[in-house]
Design a protein around this ligand. Structure first.
Ligand code: NDP
Ligand code: GDR
Length: 372
């Protein structure tokens, strides 16, 4: 039985990857951070009590900022594969906490690679690094492929640049099996609530059900290449099954604006929106409502406004990936398009909003944070 260790197992990708590896018969180990509240919601459905015999899903307390902890866990687990998905992964937050982001996202990667090497596992343990399209930042070529020069635009992207190169360096210097997956944005109903797609699907679903009034957004002109996280974690596994370690771009090859994603989400809720005004004065106004999913919305309502607090000090305006290397060498292609992804997320969040609205109507309190 192969053993995998996943950092960031409690995150969006970690939870899908853990499911995939369990299906494939792996013994899956994950690192979770100590938190004052439960932070395992995304993996609770695959959780196994420490009291059951022959567990194949095991969580360890740990943190990417703590090398002694990482070394101990790797020594104990002796993993065949390490997937480094753990990170302070929010680009806007990285401007607020640049040093912490560098420590976890850049140095955390080095700590793992050094632990593998110092424990003498460099010929046994394969290593996947969660690299990112944010490396391209101010894009130098469109579409972006493995050979496109990097130009990071945030403390997050700069930290991930170090992680990218240290992963390449350990492959070249020590002959370790290490790979970078340069993944473009990927989303799902498990996406963190403060990333743009989930903020939109959750925000508009809440408004439709009368739980909120208006959604405040930043740069809705930004263009992104959005895929489904389920498709992308399959590729993470595939990359570690090759004879030779290599780096791959993973993307759908199509891009859309944030504004388009807002329109699609509204459509799924039976709301026709019209954008009016410019810059910080732009708003989205309801033209018509059909169906029964948005009882709290009426024609003429303003559902969305721009709040400059969501603008970033340096923005990545456009990203579009070319995953033809992954297609040619691994036969990989995104299975779920962006429109279908949006539909799945919108209906997932509508269901939850209906549940919350029902509780509220029946006298139960529900606190819904819309910050993000
Ligand atoms: P999430 O933000 O959903 O998950 C991040 C995970 O990292 C969580 O489990 C989080 O724990 C954990 N984590 C955060 N800080 C630490 C720390 N100091 N020590 C240990 N673990 C920590 O991210 P995604 O699942 O979306 O992304 C996975 C990886 O892929 C990340 O590295 C991200 O930067 C990268 N990436 C993501 C893309 C995307 O579009 N989703 C695209 C390209 C790259 P907790 O649950 O406790 O917060
Ligand atoms: P990104 O994702 O920065 O691409 O990083 P995010 O969803 O946060 O932003 C995408 C684009 O939408 C614009 N935007 C807003 N973003 C947020 N979060 N909130 C808003 O209100 C808002 N309004 C407009 C942003 O400015 C941006 O242009 C994600 C993360 O998962 C990274 O970890 C990963 O590396 C990259 O994707 C690829």
């Amino acid at each position: 039985m192969k053993k995998a260790l996943i950092t960031g197992i409690t995150g969006q990708d970690g939870s899908y990857l853990a499911e995939l590896l369990l299906e494939k018969g792996y013994e899956v180990h994950g690192i979770k951070r100590r938190s004052s509240l439960f932070n395992t919601q995304r993996v609770d459905h695959i959780y196994q009590s420490p009291h059951v015999e022959h567990r194949n899903f095991i969580l360890h307390y740990g943190d990417l900022s703590d090398s002694s902890n990482l070394t101990r866990i790797i020594q104990q687990v002796q993993p065949d594969e390490v997937y480094n998905l753990g990170a302070q992964s929010h680009v806007a937050v990285s401007f607020e906490s640049p040093e912490y982001t560098a420590d976890v996202d850049a140095m955390g990667t080095l700590r793992l690679l050094e632990a593998i090497r110092l424990l003498g596992l460099e010929k046994k343990t394969r290593f996947y690094q969660a690299s990112t399209s944010e490396l391209y930042g101010l894009v130098q070529e469109t579409p972006q492929r493995e050979t496109t020069p990097f130009y990071p635009r945030s403390p997050y992207a700069v930290a991930k640049l170090y992680a990218y190169w240290i992963t390449v360096n350990y492959r070249e210097a020590y002959g370790m099996y290490t790979c970078n997956g340069i993944l473009f944005n990927h989303e799902s109903p498990r996406r963190g609530e403060t990333f743009v797609t989930r903020k939109i699907t959750r925000g508009l679903a809440n408004i439709a059900q009368g739980l909120d009034k208006c959604l405040y957004m930043g740069n809705i002109d930004a263009l992104r290449d959005w895929g489904h996280a389920k498709d992308y974690v399959y590729m993470q596994w595939l990359m570690l099954q090759q004879e030779q370690p290599e780096d791959f771009v993973i993307a759908t090859g199509l891009q859309y604006s944030v504004r388009q994603f807002i329109q699609w989400t509204a459509e799924e809720l039976g709301i026709q929106l019209r954008f009016a005004g410019e810059g910080v004065d732009e708003v989205a106004i309801v033209e018509s409502v059909s169906g029964e999913d948005a009882p709290a919305v009426k024609t003429g309502d303003i559902l969305l406004r721009i709040d400059p607090k969501y603008f970033r000090p340096a923005e990545v305006e456009t990203l579009l990936g070319d995953a033809s290397k992954a297609h040619a060498k691994l036969g990989w292609k995104a299975q779920i398009d962006t429109r279908t992804l949006c539909k799945e997320m919108a209906h997932h969040d509508l269901k939850e909003a209906k549940r919350q609205a029902f509780l509220k109507q029946n006298g139960f309190d529900c606190a819904m944070s819309t910050e993000g």
